[in-house]
Design a protein. Sequence first.
Length: 559
Amino acid sequence: MPQKTKNTPMMEQYLSIKAQYQDAFLFYRLGDFYELFYEDAINASQILELTLTSRNRNADEPIPMCGVPHHAAQGYIDILIEKGYKVAICEQVEDPKTTKGMVKREVIQLVTPGTVMDSKGLSAKDNNFLTAIVSQGNEFGFAYADLSTGELKTAHLFDEEAVLNETTALQTKELVLGNEISEKLAEQLKNRLGLVFSKQETSEENAEFNFLTSELSDPLEKEVTGKLLTYLAVTQKRSLAHIQKAIEYQPDHYLKMDYYSKFNLELSQSIRTGKKHGTLLWLLDETKTAMGGRLLKQWLDRPLIQLNQIKARQEMVASLLNSYFERLDLQSALTKVYDLERLAGRVAFGNVNGRDLIQLKTSLEQVPLIPQLIEGIDQGQWTDLLKEMQPMDGLVHLIDQAIQEDPPLQITEGNIIKDGFNDQLDTYRSAMTNGKQWLAELEARERQQTGIKNLKVGFNRVFGYYIEITKANLANVELEKYERKQTLANAERFITPELKELETQILEAEEKSVDLEYQLFLAVREEVKKAIKPLQILAKSISTADVLQSFATISERYQ
């Protein structure tokens, strides 16, 4: 690689940032593209089937480069992540229009296989677990989290086989290992799972982490959970507000099955195909929600062994089994519930868009009905679960008042906020509507005055609004009234003082309207963010009800 002294300031900036992310592809933002250079470009061009070009191609040592449009980057990032790579996303953090010299750039997120939030590769009914392991002698601290749902659990394990079994059962996507982990164990994990390995040497101390680990008393569990949270903070560089308090679990409280037993029993993965089809999970899965599907898989991986817990679960299933029509109504309500866990995660990350909020509203509208149906069956063992199914009418009302029913995917282009939600926005929209009416009246008046029936008032992004007159009709108009704006092959485009004034009013209203809509959407999103914890409690209770109705449905089918 050329010496820094031979590079332009921009390439020096690139090399400086790349030095901090040697194990990742660096997506370096240049205008409307993410560019990759040197080895990143060579490797990415092969993996992603991109055209490999070069920068300074006439130099003695041209720099290999390739790029992808920023609006299409997510698809390329997904491919790299699915193949086990990491991607550092480097953005311009200053406005080029107001900055003199080199624009400041920073990595705003390191996306890794275990920290995926937005990806088509995320299976709806599968968790995406990131696991951390630390050791002290022959004992281990073990913690795992799903960043997309906020789940966080930890355990104290007492031998390497337990570590291997737990890691395999979770189908972990990435491992964060302490330096003290033996090469032998690391090699076993790598051979068995083929995982991405990451290092996190230090653990941060802050109020948020202390709160999340406050109910842990075991030193190894606190250490490994802190290391996992630190890795998430370092890679994501944003709020982890949706991460739930760490829950300690003990593997010996569940039926103990080693990796080979689970593999041969085909609980969730077919030996022949490696897929779900034909497995016990496939047979038992009549869940109607994504989060219910994930919980079912967790229950199958960790069967209960305590008699009181087994009986309680059986009683809940029996109550649903004996209430056919109510169960059908429950299933119908559940089909309208979207993935509340991952929606909450997207809200916390600031990734949620208008359609996500409509999905959230649609889901929450079902909440009052679900406990009513269960209460009509038999409360019994359901009492505690029903207490967690609290309606969130305020949130439903806010989203209903604020967000269009069919909003666009983008949140910066307008048409996302409903009429009547904000007086100032309504004023801008009125100006836009009136402006279009004024334009229609101007066009009609000009046609009448000139006698040119095909005269038209139009707009394009380069020249703005214009009056277009064909060249055949130019002799019929008083050209001194018009200011020429553009010449075409068969027509001339003009502007008048009146049209210029209308253009200013309309475009200002449109620009201010879009800006205000964006700010209003952010305000709504912040209000929703305050409800993340209640949303997660609600999601867990609904997913539990979903798994239980699935069991009841299967019981009826095969009894």
